[in-house]
Design a protein around this ligand. Structure first.
Ligand code: 0A1
Ligand code: ZN
Length: 851
């Protein structure tokens, strides 16, 4: 039900809870529609809290009975929880409630997925399981008893008793309720062991549904690699005798770091060469690492309140990106992260959903699991490390773990360990946590030939937003190196610390004017404006020793070429194409890097650049420009691409490692382009001969895009119709490869397919996430894309508010477009908002977008 007046919660209102909880004992008697949950919880007054009101959260619970110290009580129950008169002295609260896991389609709390029970409690799902102070600063030791007719009964911690249809678990580490988990079902374990740095043996299990046993080996290896990496790099050891992972098919997000019992969306853990692409493997490895790393950054040290979400998420994303860089190629990982940041986080920061990395208010916390909190949060950690240096970063982290182990901490606590270990004042740096918006940085150069001196002047400006109407200057670590006219590096990377609105730095002792390579490694999440000439950019593309900026030079040339095609209809820039061809043929460069060089800025990225320069983006014109540029690249590079395709085709048995996947990324980029000029035979042959999903799916995409994919689509469906995860790809690909004027119709047709199970978030997102990402299709002038998405969001909202609300962000950039499109979108936003009983999640998202 929609709240009459949705409540806004403010960071500044934080108050500790009036009671401390030492122990929680829960007993579950599982039943699909009538699960009984008994709780026995010890409470005592919190000496640090003023307010002694005894309020327990609880939603959708049927209260059967309640007792205090064994005596029945009659609490006052509302839709959000209960209050009760309690003694001044320590007491035991006992309650029995009934819940309906099978009727729980929101996938929050205890629910059922394909016959198994599972839980999702972050952020506020535990209150749908029993009455409890469901807030992260209330930490307690949990003991859990599960009764139910299922071979596998799991909860957090270590098993203390296991019997027929019965299990008891004890988790010795105090934790907030959001880290509670329970799983029950007919599951199969893929098991292994890990010996920790101090010699303790840990049993590892990956639990899956029967039939998925063949998709566990990679995830298990990734887990062991993560455990080892966290010991080697952060000195962090695992702390239980057991670590369990469970794969579930119905899950709103990627995965969840519940203590000792991580629960994963099956798409984020199950992998096999035949069914998963190289990208899937890399993502799975990263998510397994991410959830595992949370054991220290999130679980042992958790968040005081949900405003501090970036404390665990920014740091854990940063740690998982370090892990991937170490396991694979650091420059390739960095470029991928920046592409992702620009497309998701910059869009958020530039529109009505802009919020600081640490927001100051919210209505529904689930709406703040955003690219800003996660990815910009990670960028902030990266900047901090750049500013203080690697050694100081390690020292600060050691102090953080030592001082705050067992705490529910804040950003202030986090920054303080850096201030204490380095002696730095981080007052200004803290703005990265409190200000919304992406800083714009203008660099201008002054060359004094007589003195051999180059001066770089930086001017920073952050566009104001509702969240931050008056942004102040930020601390910007800007990494700069200089490339001489002969292509050699004449000044190695130096990190300039820009703190003022305008500030200059000089480089001297230079014989000739160099080309400045600014913002190396993308050392700060800003939009850089550096007026280099085309020749200077070509010089960087040919010679920059910083792999990121070398790629960035090519990217900027590509963007400029595309913009002039979009605005003036010009042909693609021949100088850029010539320079790109040289890079493509350079066998000293790793194939994955060259594959990235072949990429173009996305449609939405181009729309954003156009908007930034005062133009109104026309999605159809952007689409045409990208297509004609790709055609020109294909024609211009045909020979080189044919050569790359043959030279880098992998003959060895499939391995999902960086080396092989890099080669496949390059040959598939080549194959896709070649299909434009040489017909579909190569793609068809690759499709027919493929023995792994990377090869099969990229060939299928090329075939569908070229309009010759009908047979391959049918063959693919016949081959994979019983594999849910592969069929998600089949659904998604048809939308993403559709022509702009057909995308909505294709999506509509797919919703009529017998396997379109719209209540499954992965399947819903396969179709509608793909539609929202199909820039020219979603923004087609007919408005059909907008209407179709709105229809389905209205349908999904009562079933799954969280997934509905997340997909609303498809509309966040709407003010960029022409009046006609804006009007069409406005009609749809208002239509959704007018739906009776719209969830708090969706109402908040759309009201912010609509503002
Ligand atoms: N903490 C998890 C992500 C997560 C967040 C919220 C969820 O439900 C609302 C589920 C998972 C992570 O960062 O992996
Ligand atoms: Zn996380």
């Amino acid at each position: 039900m929609r709240d009459a007046t949705p409540q806004t919660i403010y960071l500044s209102d934080y108050q500790p809870f009036g009671y401390l909880v030492d122990e929680v004992a829960l007993t579950f008697d599982l039943d699909p529609h009538k699960t009984r949950v008994k709780s026995r919880i010890s409470f005592r007054r919190n000496p640090e809290a003023e307010d002694g009101e005894f309020f327990l959260h609880g939603e959708g619970l049927k209260l059967i009975s309640a007792q205090i110290d064994g005596k029945p009580v009659t609490p006052k129950v509302t839709a959000s929880g209960l209050t009760c008169d309690v003694p001044d002295t320590p007491f035991f609260w006992e309650a029995e409630v009934e819940i309906d896991p099978k009727g729980n389609t929101a996938l929050e709390g205890l629910y059922m997925s394909n016959g198994m029970y599972c839980t999702q409690c972050e952020a506020e799902g535990f209150r749908k399981i029993t009455y409890y102070p469901d807030r992260p600063d209330v930490m307690s030791v949990f003991t859990v008893t599960i009764n139910g007719p299922h071979p596998v009964l799991l909860s957090n911690g270590n098993p203390v008793a296991q019997g027929q249809n019965h299990a008891e678990w004890h988790d010795p580490w105090p934790k907030p309720a959001y880290l509670f988990a329970l799983v029950a079902g007919d599951l199969i374990a893929h098991s292994d062991r890990f010996t920790t740095m101090s010699g303790r043996e840990v049993d590892l299990n990956l639990y899956v549904r029967p039939g998925d046993e063949g998709k566990c080996a990679f995830g298990m290896e990734a887990l062991k690699a993560s455990m080892k990496w966290d010991e080697d790099v952060y000195g962090r050891e695992y702390d239980l005798d057991l670590f369990n992972i469970v794969a579930v098919d119905d899950f709103n997000m990627g995965a969840m770091e519940n203590k000792g019992l991580n629960i994963f969306n099956s798409a984020a853990v199950l992998a096999s060469p035949e069914t998963s692409t190289d990208d899937n493997f890399e993502r799975i490895e990263a998510i397994i690492a991410h959830e595992y790393f949370h054991n220290w950054t999130g679980n042992r040290i958790t968040c005081r309140d949900w405003f501090q979400l970036c404390l665990k998420e920014g740091l854990t994303v940063y740690r998982d990106s370090q892990f991937t860089s170490d396991m694979r190629s650091a420059p390739v990982k960095r470029i991928g992260d920046v592409i992702d940041l620009r497309s998701r986080q910059f869009a958020e920061d530039q529109g009505p959903l802009a919020h600081p990395v640490r927001p100051e208010s919210f209505q529904e916390i689930n709406n703040f699991y955003t690219a800003t909190v996660y990815e910009k949060g990670a960028e902030v950690i990266g900047m901090l490390k750049t500013l203080v240096g690697d050694e100081a970063y390690s020292k600060a982290l050691d102090l953080y773990f030592e001082r705050h182990d067992g705490d529910a901490a804040t950003i202030e606590d986090w920054l303080k360990v850096f201030e204490e270990t380095t002696g730095r004042d981080l007052t200004q740096f803290k703005r990265w946590y409190s200000q919304a918006g992406t800083p714009r940085v203008d660099v201008t150069e002054a060359w004094d030939a007589g003195k051999g001196m180059l001066t770089l002047t930086f001017a920073q400006h952050t566009p104001p937003s509702t969240a931050t109407p008056k942004p102040a200057p930020q601390v910007l670590p800007i990494a700069v190196g200089l490339i001489g006219p002969d292509g050699s590096e004449v000044a190695p990377t130096r990190v300039l610390e820009v703190t003022e609105a305008e500030q200059s730095f000089t480089f001297d002792g230079l014989d000739e004017r160099p080309v400045a390579s600014v913002l190396r490694g993308f050392s700060a999440p800003v939009v850089l404006k550096h007026d280099l000439s085309k020749d200077e950019r070509l010089h960087l593309l040919a010679h920059d020793s910083d792999a990121f900026n070398r790629w960035e030079a090519g990217r900027t040339l590509a963007r400029q070429s595309l913009l002039s095609t979009i605005l003036h209809g010009s042909a693609p820039d021949a100088d850029w194409l010539d320079a790109l061809q040289v890079v493509l043929s350079d066998e000293t460069l790793e194939p994955a890097y060259r594959a990235l060089m072949l990429g173009l800025p996305g449609h939405a990225d181009l729309a954003s650049t156009l908007h930034d320069t005062g133009e109104t983006p026309d999605p159809a014109a952007i689409h045409r420009a990208v297509e004609s540029t790709r055609d020109a690249m294909a024609a211009r590079f045909a020979e080189v691409l044919g050569d790359l395709y043959t030279r880098h085709t992998v003959d060895a048995p499939y391995r999902p490692d960086a080396e092989q996947s890099g080669k496949r990324a390059l040959t598939n980029a080549a194959m896709s382009l070649l299909t434009r000029v040489q017909g579909a035979d190569r793609a068809q042959a690759q499709f027919d001969g493929a023995d792994n999903m990377t090869q099969q799916l990229s060939a299928l995409a090329a075939l569908v895009r070229s309009g010759q994919g009908d047979k391959a689509l049918a063959d693919f469906e016949a081959q994979w119709r019983n594999d849910r995860l592969v069929m998600d790809k089949w659904f998604g690909l048809q939308v993403s490869q559709a022509k702009p004027d057909e995308a909505a119709a294709v999506a509509q047709r797919l919703t009529e397919h017998a396997d379109f199970n719209w209540k499954n978030p992965n399947r819903f997102r396969a179709v509608f996430g793909s539609l929202a990402m199909h820039h020219a299709g979603f923004h087609h002038e007919s408005g059909k894309g907008y209407k179709l998405l709105a229809d389905w969001l209205i349908k999904l909202d009562p079933v799954n508010p969280q997934t509905t609300a997340r997909l609303c962000s498809a509309f966040q950039t709407w003010r960029r477009y022409d009046v006609d499109r804006q009007k069409k979108i406005e009609v749809e936003l208002d239509r959704i908002l007018a739906t009776p009983g719209l969830s708090r999640d969706t109402t908040e998202m759309l009201s912010r977008i609509r503002e």
